[in-house]
Design a protein around this ligand. Structure first.
Ligand SMILES: [Zn+2]
Length: 440
C-alpha cells in the first residue's frame, strides 16, 4: 500500500461487530483481533485486520498510533440525550412531569441566549468525547439559536451528529412555547441549512405528545413527509402519568403510539425514547414501521419510570430496531459503559439478561442501525468513517485487580462494562484524528 499524506495506522486489540450477537450468535457477529491494525485514509477505514498483514505493505514512514494492549472499538453512539440539560442532570425531583417543570423548563429558557448555548455546546461535545461517544441523537431547546450553536460546534469538530429544534406549543412556560406555524418554519429553515452540511443531520423533534397540540403534530408530520430521509425523534410511553395525560388530550387515540401514527411520525429513522409501557400491538406496529425504540436505563431508574422489556420487543414479529442511550439529563451518566451496566440491571430486574457482547454491539453497530447510519459508522468495515474509542480495561486499582482473573474476552468486556466509566476511555478519534487523550 503506498502511503498518502492523510494516512495513518491505528494498532491495538481491535473489536467490532458485523451483526447482532443476540440474533446471529456471538462468534458469527463479533470480530476480535488481538494484535490488530486499522489503516485510515482521509478519515475513513481503508483496512482492518491482523497487524502483520495490514502493515506488511505499508510505507515505513506511515504514522502508527500503537495502543496495545488497549481495546480499539468504533466510537460509541448515544441516540438520545438533551443538549440543554447539562446543568439539571442529577436534580432531585418527583416523577417525569414534576422533573420537567421544576428543573428542565426553567433551565431551557436560558438557551435563548447564544452566549449560553455556544459555551454549552463546547462543554457538551467535550464531555461526549471524554466518554468515547462520537455520534449522538440530540434534542436542542425550542430556540433556533440553540440548534445553530450546536451544529456549528459539531461541524467545527467534524463530528457526525443528529439534532433538532424541540417543537413544543403547550404545557410549558410561555418563554418556551412556539406555535405550529413557527415550529414548522424554524425547523424547516434549520433543516435546509444543516441537514447534510458536512456530517450534520437534522432530526424533526416534537418533544412529546404532552407538549404538542394536534395542529403542531400535524405540522411535524407535514415536515416529515417533505423530508422522508430525515430523522424524527420524540418520547413515547415513559411514565404512567404521561400515558394517562396523552390519553386525555387525544381522546380519539387507541393508545399512545396511535397519536404519532396519526401524524405520520412512525417510520424508519424515527427514534422513540423509553417505550417502557407498550402493548403488544404498539410493539408490533413500531416494528412493522421499521421504527426504533430507545432504552434509557439510568433515566428510567432515576425517575422511577419503569423497567424496559427487551425480551418482549425481541419476540415481536417484526421486531422494532432497539437502541441504548443515556438520556442526559433525566439520565445520570454520559458514559455508555455505565449506561450498559444499568441496562443490565434493569433487564435483570425483569428476569432478563444482557451479555457483554450484546451490550457492546448495542453501543456501536446496534445504535448505528437504530439510527439508520450503519453504512456510515458503527463498525470497522472498509469505507466506514473512522470514529473510534480506545479503551483501557484497567484504569483503576479495583479494575486492575478484577482483570487479573478474567479468562476470556466476554468476561473482560463484562467487567469493563460493569465497573468502567470515562476513566476507561484512553483516547477518542473522529474521522481518523485523535481529538481526545486522557490526561495523566
Ligand atoms: Zn429524553
Amino acid at each position: 500500500m503506498s502511503a498518502s499524506a492523510n494516512m495513518r495506522a491505528i494498532r491495538g486489540r481491535l473489536l467490532w461487530f458485523e451483526d447482532d450477537p443476540a440474533l446471529a450468535g456471538e462468534d458469527a457477529a463479533t470480530r476480535y483481533i488481538e494484535d490488530g491494525c486499522l489503516i485510515v485514509e482521509d478519515g475513513v477505514v481503508r483496512a482492518a485486520g491482523e497487524a502483520s498483514d495490514v502493515l506488511r505493505n505499508a510505507d515505513d514512514d506511515m504514522p502508527v498510533d500503537d495502543w496495545r494492549p488497549f481495546l480499539v472499538m468504533p466510537g460509541f453512539i448515544d441516540p438520545h440525550l438533551h443538549f440543554p440539560q447539562t446543568q439539571v442532570i442529577g436534580s432531585f425531583a418527583g416523577d417525569l412531569l414534576d422533573w420537567l417543570h421544576t428543573y428542565t423548563f426553567v433551565e431551557e429558557q436560558k438557551y435563548a441566549d447564544p452566549a449560553v448555548t455556544e459555551a454549552a455546546a463546547r462543554f457538551f461535545l467535550d464531555e461526549l468525547l471524554r466518554n468515547g461517544t462520537t455520534t449522538a441523537g440530540v434534542y436542542c431547546s425550542v430556540h433556533r439559536q440553540s440548534v445553530e450553536a450546536f451544529f456549528a460546534e459539531a461541524e467545527r469538530r467534524n463530528m457526525r451528529m443528529v439534532a433538532g429544534k424541540v417543537m413544543m406549543d403547550r404545557d410549558a412556560p410561555a418563554a418556551l412555547l412556539d406555535t405550529p406555524e413557527t415550529s414548522y418554519r424554524d425547523s424547516k429553515a434549520l433543516l435546509e441549512k444543516w441537514h447534510g452540511s458536512g456530517r450534520q443531520l437534522y432530526a424533526i423533534t416534537p418533544r412529546f405528545a404532552v407538549t404538542s397540540s394536534e395542529a403542531q403534530l400535524e405540522m411535524a408530520g407535514a415536515l416529515a413527509a417533505e423530508y422522508p430521509d430525515c430523522h424524527i425523534q420524540t418520547h413515547l410511553s415513559e411514565s404512567r402519568r404521561e400515558i394517562a395525560t396523552v390519553a386525555e388530550r387525544f381522546p380519539w387515540s387507541r393508545d399512545y403510539t396511535d397519536v404519532y401514527e396519526r401524524y405520520g411520525l412512525v417510520r424508519r429513522k424515527a427514534l422513540f425514547g423509553h417505550c417502557i409501557h407498550l402493548s403488544d400491538s404498539e410493539r408490533q406496529r413500531l416494528g412493522t414501521a421499521g421504527a426504533t425504540v430507545v432504552l434509557c436505563p439510568t433515566s428510567n431508574l432515576f425517575l422511577g419510570s419503569g423497567l424496559f422489556d427487551l425480551a418482549a420487543l425481541r419476540a415481536t414479529e417484526p421486531a422494532p430496531q432497539i437502541a441504548l442511550a443515556t438520556d442526559i439529563g433525566g439520565g445520570t451518566s454520559y458514559s455508555m459503559l455505565v449506561t450498559a451496566s444499568e441496562a443490565y440491571k434493569v433487564l435483570a430486574l425483569g428476569g432478563q439478561k444482557l451479555p457483554a457482547l450484546a451490550a457492546f454491539y448495542m453501543m456501536t453497530l446496534g445504535n448505528a442501525r437504530g439510527m439508520g447510519l450503519e453504512k456510515q459508522i458503527g463498525s470497522f468495515a472498509v469505507g466506514r468513517e473512522a470514529d473510534l474509542v480506545v479503551l483501557d480495561p484497567r484504569p483503576t486499582a479495583a479494575m486492575k485487580q478484577r482483570m487479573a482473573r478474567v479468562q476470556s474476552l466476554a468476561e473482560e468486556l463484562f467487567a469493563l462494562m460493569m465497573m468502567g466509566d470515562d476513566r476507561a476511555v484512553a483516547a477518542t478519534y473522529v474521522m481518523g484524528e485523535q481529538v481526545y487523550t486522557k490526561p495523566g
